[in-house]
Design a protein around this ligand. Structure first.
Ligand SMILES: Nc1ncnc2c1ncn2[C@@H]1O[C@H](COP(=O)(O)OP(=O)(O)OP(=O)(O)O)[C@@H](O)[C@H]1O
Ligand SMILES: [Mg+2]
Length: 376
C-alpha cells in the first residue's frame, strides 16, 4: 500500500483486568497518522482465571489454559479493530501483544515478569505476524522490564524546549518525564492508580469501578490512613523501580487499615486511595519540574483524580493526551504497536535510563504470520 500508513496493532490487557484494548495505528512520516480503538470483555470465566493466576493460586494447567484462551481472545480483538478501520488483516504489518501480566517480580536473586496470551494463537488466528514477550530481554539485561511505554511516549510526545510529563493511570500508575532538550527521559511506576480503588469499590458498592470518582467524592481524606499508606518504602525508593499487584493488593490495603484504631468509613477509604494516587504521581513530577503534564489510561476519565493531580501540580498545565491527538485509552495499546515496529526494524524498545537495563535492547520475539503476511 504505497503512500498509505504502515499499519500495526497493539494489544493490551492491563493490571486492572478491565478487558482487552486493541489499537490499530497508522504510522507515517510525521508520526501517527491515524488510530482506531476497540475494547473487549473477557469471554466467560476467563477474568476469574486471570485473577486466580495473578494472586499466585493457579496451577500449571490453569496457566496453560488461560494462555491459550487469552491468545484466542486477543486474536479476536485484533480482527475486530481491523474490521472497524475498514482494513483487512493482510494490510497490517504486525501485531504487538503485551499479553496479560500474571506475575511481575523484580527483586533479586531471580527477577522475572510473566505475560500470557499465546502469540502462536494470535498469529494463527489473524494470519498477522505477531511480536510478544517484550519484557524479559530487558530483565535479562539487568532492567526492571517496566515501564516500557516511556520510549514510545518520548518518541511521540517530545517537544523541543519543553519539559513534558506523561502520567499513565492504569491499575498501576507510571510517569514518563520527557526532557525538551538534553538529558535522557526518565520514568518509573509510582504506585497504585485504579487497582486498589476498583477493589474497594467492588467490595463496598458492587461496581467494578467508581464511575467518575463519584463515590470517592462523597468521602473525605483520612489523614492517618494516608500517612500509613505513604510510609511504604516503595514510594521513597529511588528509580529504577516498577511494581504490580504482587505488592499493591488487598492484603496491602488490609494491613494498613489494621494499623488504625478505628476503621474509617468506606467512602473515606476510597477518597484516601484516590488521594494516595494523586500525591504519589505528582511528588516526583514536582521534584523534577515539568511545565506540561498529560494524562492517559482509564484514570484520565476520573474527573476528581484529574482535578487533584492538577491542584498538586500548581506550576504545570494538566490535560489529557487527547490534546496531543491520541485518546487516553489508546496510549498503552499504541505503545505496543510501536514496540512491534521497533522489533521488526531491529531497533531498541527499552530506555535504560528508565528500566535500569545495562543498555538499549531489541525487545520481543516474533511469531510469523501466514504467507503474504510474513514480515519477521
Ligand atoms: N469514567 C471513569 N471514572 C473513573 N474511573 C474510570 C473511568 N473510566 C475508567 N476508569 C478506571 O480506569 C481503569 C482501567 O484503566 P486502564 O485500562 O488504563 O488500566 P489497565 O488496563 O490496568 O492498564 P495498565 O496496564 O496501564 O495498568 C478502570 O478499571 C477504572 O478504574
Ligand atoms: Mg485496561
Amino acid at each position: 500500500m504505497a503512500g498509505q500508513p504502515d499499519w500495526y496493532i497493539g494489544l493490551m490487557s492491563g493490571t486492572s483486568m478491565d478487558g482487552i484494548d486493541a489499537v490499530l495505528v497508522g504510522f507515517g512520516p510525521q508520526g501517527i497518522e491515524t488510530s482506531w480503538h476497540t475494547s473487549h470483555s473477557y469471554p466467560d470465566n476467563l477474568q476469574a482465571q486471570l485473577e486466580e493466576l495473578a494472586s499466585n493460586q493457579g496451577t500449571p494447567s490453569l496457566l496453560g489454559e488461560a494462555d491459550a484462551r487469552l491468545g484466542d481472545a486477543f486474536a479476536h480483538a485484533a480482527l475486530a479493530v481491523t474490521e472497524k478501520a475498514g482494513l483487512k488483516p493482510e494490510h497490517v504489518t504486525a501485531i504487538g501483544s503485551h499479553g496479560q501480566t500474571v506475575q511481575h517480580r523484580t527483586e533479586p536473586p531471580s527477577p522475572f515478569s510473566l505475560q500470557i496470551a499465546d502469540p502462536n494463537r494470535i498469529a494463527e488466528g489473524t494470519g498477522i505476524t505477531t511480536v510478544g514477550d517484550f519484557r524479559r530481554r530487558d530483565i535479562a539485561a539487568g532492567g526492571q522490564g517496566a515501564p516500557l511505554a516511556p520510549a514510545f511516549h518520548t518518541w511521540l510526545f517530545s517537544a523541543p524546549g519543553r519539559m513534558r510529563c506523561l502520567i499513565n493511570l492504569g491499575g498501576i500508575a507510571n510517569i514518563t518525564l520527557i526532557p525538551g532538550d538534553d538529558g535522557p527521559p526518565r520514568g518509573h511506576d509510582t504506585g497504585p492508580a485504579n487497582r486498589l480503588m476498583d477493589l474497594w469499590c467492588r467490595r463496598h458498592q458492587g461496581h467494578s469501578f467508581d464511575h467518575n470518582g463519584e463515590w470517592a467524592a462523597s468521602g473525605t481524606v483520612c489523614e492517618p490512613l494516608l500517612r500509613t499508606f505513604l510510609s511504604d518504602t516503595y514510594f521513597s525508593r529511588q528509580p529504577p523501580k516498577s511494581t504490580g499487584r504482587e505488592h499493591f493488593n488487598e492484603n496491602w490495603l488490609e494491613t494498613h487499615l489494621s494499623t488504625l484504631p478505628d476503621t474509617p468509613k468506606p467512602e473515606d477509604v476510597q477518597r484516601t486511595l484516590l488521594e494516595l494516587t494523586a500525591v504519589t504521581v505528582t511528588r516526583d513530577i514536582n521534584a523534577m519540574g515539568s511545565e506540561e503534564v498529560f494524562l492517559a489510561g482509564g484514570g484520565a476519565f476520573n474527573p476528581l483524580l484529574a482535578e487533584r493531580i492538577a491542584s498538586l501540580l500548581p506550576e504545570a498545565s494538566v490535560d489529557s493526551t487527547t490534546t496531543l491527538g491520541l485518546d487516553p485509552q489508546s496510549v498503552e495499546g499504541a505503545a505496543f504497536a510501536w514496540l512491534a515496529r521497533q522489533r521488526l526494524n531491529n531497533a531498541p524498545g527499552n530506555l535504560p535510563s528508565v528500566t535500569g537495563a545495562s543498555g538499549p535492547r531489541v525487545l520481543g520475539g516474533v511469531w510469523p504470520g501466514r504467507a503474504g503476511n510474513l514480515r519477521c
